[in-house]
Design a protein around this ligand. Sequence first.
Ligand code: IPM
Ligand code: MG
Length: 365
Amino acid sequence: MLLNLTILPGDGIGPEVTEQAVLVLQAAAGAFGHQLQLRHKNIGGAALAVAEDPLPADTVQACLSSSAVLMGAVGNPAFDHYPNHLRPEAGLLRLRRELGAYANLRPAICFPALEDCSPLRSDLVRGTDIMIVRELLGGLYFGEPRSIAGAPGSRVATNTMTYGEPAIERITGVAFELAEKRRKKVLSVDKANVLECSRLWREVVIRCAKDYPGVQLSHMYVDSAAMSLVQRPKDFDVVLTENMFGDILSDQAGGVVGSLGLLASASIGGPVGLYEPVHGSAPDIAGKGIANPLGAILSAALLLRHSFQLEREAACIENAVSAVLNQGSRTADIARSGQSRIATSEMGRNVVEAVKASQAKQKSA
Ligand code: IPM
Ligand code: MG
């Protein structure tokens, strides 16, 4: 199969981690007889530095004409004072919209080798396997009107949360389809005791759930869900929620399973899927070669699974990640005191070797 990808390294640690993810993709492609065709483009601060636009037209064009997009991260404090629509983050938000990527899947899995990395007791996190399904094109992120207006000292800021029924229906469908292939449970998270958006959300979710009689639906307010997520993370299976709640809960889930550096994401639903680690640009450690590339590498696995239906290849990468963690490979974010810390590139190399080794084993079997 020809895998035609656009790579968007972006800002901060983005380029370092995507470089490793691409090496792993190349190893997996080689092992399974696929061909990679890669184009690198700018986004975020990296694009602003050369084009005065966080999402240049040729980046959009390249993404739309490829089969999938792998992104590193956006965000650079140097552009914090820019108007909202020119900040690096605005480039990513526009890209999600251009790609029609309304469904953001964020798996949070506790790898057995990393049980002791979680700030929670290992008996609490052991076996945690959560799939956060975050609506990605609605809510406060995109609602109009939005502004900061008025004279200094009496300015007023406005953001708008809106949700229409079709947007709730389609993301609910994604969550239930996923739940059917998992433990058949959907938890819808809202704030229906306060927000109209959440009242409509709950009503529509309940209606759509009738099409999936084999899946058990429950509801929680977001504040209570946040507490339960740390009290009993393994009770969570598919979590269906709106854009902002999903942004917050997915970082929290990263903390629960040991490190945000491990979390991958898939943004799908449109013609071209976008895959990115959840962690962001981490400017404090950028350029030091110590970032954890596993979130990016696991995002590459999601890319193979969701954009190309290459389940064996995706599983091969995921198993390789488990294997290197079992062997004790640790970047700084997941190292306990006394454990030696390896560089971004070494972690990437170890995963590449594990991918090759698993393929060699299969061939000789
Ligand atoms: C994420 C990030 C983004 C978001 C930012 C960088 C715009 O935090 O992917 O979770 O808020 O969606
Ligand atoms: Mg976030």
